[in-house]
Each structure stands twice: as C-alpha cells, then as structure tokens.
Design a protein around this ligand. Structure first.
Ligand SMILES: *Cc1c(COP(=O)(O)O)cnc(C)c1O
Length: 418
C-alpha cells in the first residue's frame, strides 16, 4: 500500500519538482484543472506590467516594431513548434481555437476541391466524433452549411467505427487528439494513415495535447492542426490559440478569413488580397497583444524541461491517482472512464459518480479544484509542471472523506461555467 510518505519521497526524487516554484498558486489549493485553465507563471505579472506600462504606455505605436508586437504570432509559433513536432515557420499563435478550426477545415476542403483528381473534388463529408468538444462539431457544421455545396458532417460514436466511416466520400477527418471528457488519446500516426489511405485529409485538434503529451505532427503524417495555449501551456485566460500548416501544404493552403495580416504585403495597402508566402497566410487581423505576450511566459517554463520528462511524470501522477482512488474509495460507485493503457491516455483522469456534480462542488469547496462534465463525469487534470505526488495523495484523501461522510449536497445549484 502506498502511503503519504511514499508520495513525499517521490516528490523529493522528482526532477520537475523545482518548476512548481515558477507558478503562483494560492495556498491550500490542489489545482487539478490545468487542462481547462493553466496556472499563472509568476513571470506573467511583471511581463504584463512591462507590456502595459513600457511598451504600450511609453513606447506607444512604436512598439509594433521596437517591441516586436507585429512578429509575435510567428515568433511564439516557432517557440511552440518543438512541443508538437512541428518545424520552424509552420506555426502561428493567433485567434481562437474555434476560429483556427474554421480556417483549417476551410483550407482542407479547398485542397480537396482544387485537386486535379475529380474523385477528390467530389468529396463532401467531414468525419468527426460525436464525443468531440462541441465547438469543433459546431464549427464544422457551420462551415458545411454556409458553403451550400452539399457538404455535411458525419458523427461517429466510437473509435472502432472510424475505419468504416472514412470512405470515398470523406474530404476531411477532424479529430481531437486527446478527448476533453474521457482523456482518451488517439493514435495520431495510425489514424492519419487511415485517413490518407481513404484519400482524405486529417485535421487534429491539440487542445488537450499541447504541453500535456508528446506530439509528433510531421513524423506522424498529420495534415493540419490547431490547439489552445490557455490549458496546459499556461498562457492565461483566453490567450490566443495556434494553427499549424506543414511546409508541404503551405502553397495549397487558402483560408477564407483573408484579413490584412495574412497578406503578402500588409502595408502596401493594396485593394486586392494576395496571400503571404508561408505560415503568414494563416493569420487574419490585429491580435490582442497583451494576452499574446503572456503566452511566452508559459513557454519559457517548457524550455527548462522536455516533453519526455513531462510525459513520464504525467503517467506516474495519473497512475497514482487511479490506484489510490480505486484502493481508498473502493466502497463508492466510481467508474473509471479514462483508459488504463498508457498509450491511449492523455494527462487527465475522469471518474463517473451518480452525484458527480455535487461531489465535485464539495471537492472545490475543500480546495481540490477539478471540474465536472456531463454526463456525471468528474474530471481531474494533472499538470507535471506544478502538481506533486503529495497533491495526488491529499486530493484522494479529501475525496474519500467527502464520499465516506456523504458530505455533498445533491441539490447543489449549478453554475453557468464550471
Ligand atoms: C478547449 C477546447 C476548445 C476551445 O475553443 P475556444 O475557441 O478557445 O473556445 C476547442 N476545442 C477543444 C477540443 C477544446 O478542448
């Protein structure tokens, strides 16, 4: 049986333990929701002060050049690229995940429609999962119906159904690499190969992967990808998202949000749009610079370790959490939703409980912050940069105490956002 002292001993051996000090977390909180909003790097506060007081307040409009504001989407994209197996000049940090999905899907449909092969041009179906995060499905549905060219979205109910669902009519497969609710991780290489064998392109959403699990976009044959910076990358609430366009697809990549930042010569102020060479064509317009600048503070922490070290600790934390919950809360109706198999697991663990919402509310009231997702799922995110093994022990003990004493209110009123 594991004890709290065993957990403390593991923390003493943990090569990532020192990085926790780079985050500002409130006392008496065990934060297991970094998969929804990452914790604040301490450096973000002085950086925000510098951007607001010096770059904006003092240097004013000159900062577009002197502080590098204009190049920030590309510069941050290059810094993020190694974390997702992308190359220099293939990623920009810009806009939201939803908006970047729109661009990526539109570009992928265009690439098929512009293919010399008539069989490719005729493809009209976007395949995704019913369990995907809703905005991904909504954006695909919105784009398909607005095009009014017979496009539709096909929803599959399980991973096993994907091979049969991807066929001669499939233009694009759009999948979220790590499922937000269950923590299931797709096999990117095998699924990308499956799409390609059927003549389809594949767009990956890395919202729950970037900074959480190793990703090898180029090596695994992905076509396009998008993702979030405010989750595991700790960029701050609403920080801009990213889009990846591999060099091999950049010339063919055309997206309809053809704003001036994506123009080949934005300051020529020409009346006609001409897309920039390279990744610049994925941009649209002026970015929220204050928020964008914070993304760098999150990325700075990743420079001090590796995704391999992060993954090793993530699996150790999630294994420990699963084991302790199953041992110490064995008398309670908890159901593990997240795969036990390491290769299929992201960096979160989800358990169902018939009163999941009430139990999660009680946990949060006692300082263990996870979240709740319909139906009946309690979700716990594990962020190796700032979560300790002792945190895992303490969180499970508080969960056990709440369950043993039935110390939760089944009539708890629901918040709009949890
Ligand atoms: C978090 C998340 C998003 C968020 O999209 P926004 O445009 O930033 O609101 C999108 N897709 C997935 C899969 C997510 O997990």
């Amino acid at each position: 049986m594991t004890t709290r002292n065993d957990c403390l001993a593991r923390d003493a051996q943990d090569p990532l333990a020192a990085l926790r000090d780079q985050f500002d977390l409130p006392p008496h909180v065990i934060y297991l929701d970094g998969n929804s909003l990452g914790a604040r790097p301490k450096a973000a506060l002085p950086r925000a002060q510098q951007v607001i007081a010096q770059e904006w307040g003092h240097d004013l409009i000159r900062s577009w050049n002197t502080a590098g504001w204009f190049d920030l989407p590309k510069r941050l994209g290059n810094r993020l690229a190694p974390l997702i197996g992308a190359a220099d000049g293939e990623v920009v940090v810009t806009d939201t995940t939803s908006v970047n999905l729109f661009k990526a899907l539109a570009a992928a449909l265009h690439m098929q429609a512009a293919d010399p092969d008539p069989a490719r041009q005729a493809r009209r179906v976007i395949v995704t999962e019913r369990s995907n995060f809703p905005t991904d499905i909504y954006m695909a549905q919105g784009l398909s119906s607005w095009l009014e060219r017979g496009y539709s979205v096909k929803l599959v109910d399980s991973v096993e159904e994907l091979p049969a669902a991807i066929g001669a009519d499939t233009a694009v497969v759009m999948l979220t690499h790590v499922n937000y609710r269950t923590g299931y991780q797709h096999d990117m290489r095998a699924t990308s190969a499956l799409a390609h064998a059927a003549g389809a392109l594949i767009v990956w959403d890395l919202a729950h992967s970037a900074g959480a699990v190793p990703v090898a976009l180029n090596d695994d044959g992905a076509d396009l990808a998008v993702g979030c910076t405010y989750k595991y990358l700790n960029g701050g609430p609403g920080s801009p998202a990213f889009i990846w366009v591999p060099r091999r697809h950049q010339a063919a990549f055309r997206q309809p949000l053809s704003g001036w930042w994506g123009h080949a010569a934005p300051f020529a102020m020409a009346p006609d749009f001409a897309p920039a060479d390279g990744i610049g064509r994925a941009l649209c317009g002026t970015q929220p610079v204050v928020s964008l600048a914070m993304v760098e503070c999150g990325l700075d922490v990743f420079d001090q370790t590796s995704m391999a070290a992060i993954r090793a600790k993530s699996l150790a934390l999630t294994d420990l959490f699963i084991t302790l919950v199953e041992q110490r809360c064995a008398d309670h109706p908890l159901g593990l939703v997240t795969p036990r198999e390491h290769a299929r697991r992201g960096s979160q663990v989800s358990f169902t409980h018939p009163h999941g919402y009430a139990v999660m509310t009680a946990l949060i009231a006692r300082g263990v912050i996870g979240d709740y997702r319909e139906p009946a799922i309690m979700r716990f995110g594990f962020t190796p940069l700032y979560t300790s093994f002792a945190d895992v022990w303490d969180a499970v003990e508080i969960l056990r105490d709440i369950l043993d004493r039935k110390d939760y209110n089944v009539d708890a009123k629901r918040d709009a956002v949890t």
